[in-house]
Design a binder for this molecule. Sequence first.
Ligand SMILES: Nc1ncnc2c1ncn2[C@@H]1O[C@H](COP(=O)(O)OP(=O)(O)OP(=O)(O)O)[C@@H](O)[C@H]1O
Ligand SMILES: [Zn+2]
Length: 453
Amino acid sequence: MADEVSRLKARLLEKENELDVLKNKLAQLEKNGTPFIELNDKVTTLTPLGSKALSNQDIVRYSRQLLLPELGVRGQQNLSQSSVLVVGCGGLGCPLALYLAAAGIGRLGLLDYDEVELSNLHRQVLHREESQGQAKALSAATAVNRLNSTIECVPYHLQLSSKNALPLIQQYDIVADCSDNVPTRYLVNDACVISGKPLVSASALRMEGQLTVYNYHGGPCYRCLYPVPPPAETVTNCSDGGVLGVVPGIMGCLQALEVIKIASGQGSSCGQQLVMFDALDTRFRSIRLRPRQPGCAVCGENPSVTQLLDYEALCGSAATDKCRRLNLLSKDQRITVQEYKAILDSATSHLLLDVRPPVEVDICQLPSSLNIPLTGLQRGNGDHIQLLKESIRRTKGQMSGDGLLPVYVICKLGNDSQKAVQLLEKMDDITVKDICGGLMAWSQKIDLTFPQY
Ligand SMILES: Nc1ncnc2c1ncn2[C@@H]1O[C@H](COP(=O)(O)OP(=O)(O)OP(=O)(O)O)[C@@H](O)[C@H]1O
Ligand SMILES: [Zn+2]
């Protein structure tokens, strides 16, 4: 008899849970017209998240974390009443959003201006092959919603800017910076300080990652540590420097951990700490950061920044990595890929110098180019300089007449090649010019079969 009662009770609970799932799906369909979410291209006003008791379905879904004394029912309810804005749905934002949704964050704002590309998929694990060309914010929201349809996802297909950052950030409890450029980092920081929101920030490049929580419980803000933006030409991003997909994966998960600790009420221990991950040695290191600076321009005692600025002007670079183009040379020091193609076709004697690192030359190169990496030229590497001089002498020997040998410098995008031209300008026996837009322009405008990377 008792057995039968508990069997029936268990079956009833199962059916109730099934019913809850169906109700949720129906509510979503009625709300949006599709099982998935509406894409916002402007800042919408959100209704505050109300408090509600955990349903039976919630109890089953979150049971393994509810058992943790560090979280418990109270922590879970805190999570469900918290909202998090994820700035950037790329390598960091994808794993972060996935774990936050899985853990039951009440509302997840997913912001990205960009669309999914094939080269994103090795690390931006919410997106799929069939999402190529789709807004990342929508692709991310769709994936997150499949994992947990009980949380609210708000996808924003827009670029965070000085105009929209405050009204957006003010509507969320916590902000996670998953962007990949310096102007956005300063913008997010200032908007978080002005709105009084904690900022869980991470970065990942090549085989390394970093994590800090800024503006949290009296700790420093990003500007306290980096009062002046670095020179634009010293900044490397994933499309220049490369990144192993799992590295942002790890850093995005660490970001999710700190967000969950803050949102659930347990608190973060990274408010005055920089966590550094070295994927080569599989090692974490932590350093204590200097405290909030009384002279900080935004969070200090007499802040000079009380409203948002023009961050692209402040940093001297674009807030997207789409148009990261340096302009270091005059017009007559550069030629277009079409002009270089004409030089090739006319069989005029010249030297084509490819200044990319060998790892990129292994991917693809133009025939008969000489590869000397920019770093070799910058450091005055003896072997590299010797090789260059030797090649100039040999090619010049093949020229008719005594003129200067034309040297054309190429790289991936036409940034490093300009730096190389500046270094080589004073060299004897040559004239040196940069090929604008580099091999990626060659691939787009001259030879469509040449790989893009
Ligand atoms: N100001 C901004 N507003 C909205 N999204 C931003 C902003 N700045 C950066 N992002 C987004 O942040 C994400 C950063 O992720 P990540 O560096 O992995 O991606 P990516 O830009 O796609 O990479 P790649 O350099 O390989 O093209 C990108 O999707 C980018 O569009
Ligand atoms: Zn500060």
